[in-house]
Write a protein that binds this ligand. Structure first.
Ligand code: SF4
Length: 521
């Protein structure tokens, strides 16, 4: 019998370690194994998505369907053990309601399939659940064939840009040079986004495996995982996983005895949003202040310490592991023409069930918010969803049937970004939302180029005066002009996308700006 307990950051914050202790004590105190005639094991897993209902506990009895309990406290544990594990009947009214089954039913859990089911710290559990099959298959192919396989899968970078991953790899492979670097960008900085953190906490070996595949294909001998320091549990579990891989010869000078060299280390970032931009990230690894630099040269040609470098994010490498294990055709059969595979979203704000959701690309925003997340909190009216983080855009009710894929979201005025969805209801002021996101990006601007450093400051001043009832005639047009200029002339992605929340709220909610300005008159 297995007791699976969520010990991701959300679970721990809700007291899951105490719940785990309570199960272990109860097992010992009552000699449970002797009583039920089966081995009972408490497994500390990663996040399973429905974070708002932590602590989540699954009781897995062989031959029976697993039962999930939510909002579990240490006080409830003796009853679960006595009635369910010993007595064989789930505790009435304490199991997760029908919404939990619905929450899972509409999803397509692939990349996230091991999170919440395996012991995140156990390499043996990873191996027992198809671990390292992807890299074992990869090394039966030539490096060029691995790149072709990734191209054929249609995988696009999950960090936000959506650039085809296989094409990116071929650039780095084609760059001359003996020494090449591989980087995993785990500097997840969007407010409300925690997909990468959960993957690192719940399935760290999967990310290492995806990086090994990339290293083999491109010819990189050294790799870095750049993780924000605000993710201490992700760093701890990843370091533990790297150390175990080194001990077992999975990483090192002859990875798994398969004849290629790859060493991996973690670099903890100091929490600057701009370090999610790849040139600023590399500057930070090199020990400089995290500031962007002009491209070209692109990292594939001149990256970390001037050497050819490939950078992908956490979710992209996780996808690679599954593509190599199951094949490009399997992967390409999921999703839409332009966006293959699944996408993990972090849904926060005014929905009934917040948390992490993995859906095939191409489902609609309505399906994500209503079918999976249960609709709007307190049965209020949906007003908008901010897709793509502070660099994305707000989609109104008219766009709720937009498909969730790279191209459809851009057409609707937002972007996939890394996968943050912040939901707003009818009580939300959209001008205030624009001000909130611009406050964030202005504060995070590295200050290197004038359009972003000064332009965002002035845009924020205009928004602040509109919000405080001091708006002037012509302010909306001024905001639009400045937004387009900043987008065109900023040096890096932060400045090029920071005005998006302002532009999309003006596009869909202009009347709210006008009402604020009119209030004054
Ligand atoms: Fe720095 Fe902003 Fe310019 Fe990027 S756009 S280099 S964040 S000032």
């Amino acid at each position: 019998i297995e007791v699976l307990i969520c010990t991701g950051t959300g679970g721990i914050a809700s007291g899951s370690l105490k719940v785990a202790e309570a199960f272990e004590e109860e097992f010992k105190k009552h000699g449970i194994e002797a009583k039920v005639g089966k081995r009972c094991e408490v497994k500390k897993t990663g996040c399973r998505g429905l974070c708002a209902n932590d602590v989540l506990v699954d009781i897995m009895v062989p031959g029976k369907e697993g039962v999930t309990y939510d909002f579990v406290t240490p006080e409830l544990v003796p009853q679960i053990v006595e009635e369910h594990i010993v007595g064989g009947e789930p505790v009435p009214k304490k199991t997760a309601g029908a919404y939990y089954a619905k929450f899972l039913e509409k999803q397509h859990r692939t990349i996230f399939s091991r999170c919440g089911h395996i012991d995140a710290e156990s390499i043996d559990d990873y191996i027992a659940n198809h671990g390292f099959k992807g890299i074992k298959r990869a090394v039966t192919m030539k490096p060029e064939e691995v790149i072709e396989e990734v191209k054929k899968s249609g995988l696009r970078g999950r960090g936000g840009g959506g650039f085809p991953t296989g094409v990116k790899w071929s650039f780095a492979k084609g760059s001359p040079g003996e020494l090449k670097y591989l980087i995993c960008n785990a500097d997840e900085g969007d407010p409300g986004a925690f997909m990468d953190r959960s993957l690192l906490e719940g399935d760290p070996y999967c990310i290492i495996e995806g990086m090994m595949v990339a290293a083999y294909a491109i010819g990189c001998t050294y790799g870095y995982v750049y993780v924000r320091a605000e993710y201490p549990l992700a760093i701890k579990r990843l370091q533990m996983a790297i150390d175990t891989c080194v001990e077992r010869g999975i990483l090192g000078d002859n990875c798994m005895g398969l004849g290629f060299k790859f060493n991996l280390r973690i670099k903890a970032g100091a929490g600057a949003f701009v370090c999610g931009e790849e040139t600023a990230l590399m500057a930070s690894i090199e020990g400089h202040r995290g500031m962007s630099r002009p491209r070209p040269p692109f990292p594939a040609v001149r990256g970390l310490w001037g050497k050819p470098t490939n950078i992908n994010n956490v979710e992209t490498y996780a996808n690679v592991t599954y593509i190599l294990e199951r094949g490009a055709d399997w992967y390409a059969s999921i999703g839409t023409e332009g966006t293959k595979g699944t996408k993990i979203f972090a849904v926060t704000g005014k929905v009934k069930h917040t948390g992490l959701v993995e859906v095939p690309a191409g489902v609609t925003m309505r399906e994500v918010l209503y079918d999976v997340c249960g609709g709007i909190l307190n049965n209020r009216k949906f007003k908008a969803v901010q897709a793509g983080g502070p660099s994305g855009g707000c989609l109104p009710v008219e766009a709720i049937d937009a498909q969730v894929d790279y191209d459809s979201l851009i057409k609707a005025g937002a972007m996939m970004g890394s996968g943050g969805l912040v939901v707003m209801d009818e009580t939300t002021c959209m001008v205030d939302i624009a001000r909130f996101f611009l406050t964030f990006t202005r504060r995070e601007s590295c200050g290197k180029c004038i359009p972003c450093r000064i332009g965002l400051k002035i845009m924020l001043e205009i928004l602040e005066r509109i919000c405080s009832g001091e708006g002037r005639e012509g302010d909306i047009e001024l905001l639009e002009d400045m937004a387009y200029d900043i987008k065109k002339s900023s040096l890096c992605g932060l400045g090029q996308t920071a005005p998006n929340p302002v532009l999309s709220t003006i596009r869909y909610f202009r009347h709210e700006y006008e009402a604020h300005i009119k209030e004054k008159e």
